[in-house]
Design a protein. Structure first.
Length: 68
């Protein structure tokens, strides 16, 4: 139970920072299912500011639209 509480606390912190979007469902009990989108792109130093991250985000958005 402590692991769940720590995990949920971290989720709330990330939501407050705008780092993730999370949806949860309760059917038979609390938190039966959840889904989250984590915002973030990592580009190695030396490869930044040449639109790699922008192109990666475009591809992710296109994929999200396809599977939605």
């Amino acid at each position: 139970m402590l692991n769940f509480i720590n995990w949920l606390s971290n989720v709330f912190k990330c939501i407050e920072k705008g780092e993730i979007f999370c949806v949860a469902a309760e059917v038979a009990g609390p938190f039966d299912s959840h889904s989250e989108i984590i915002r973030g792109i990592a580009v190695k130093k030396g490869f930044r500011n040449i639109d790699i991250g922008t192109e990666m985000m475009k591809m992710l958005e296109q994929h999200a639209r396809k599977i939605a």
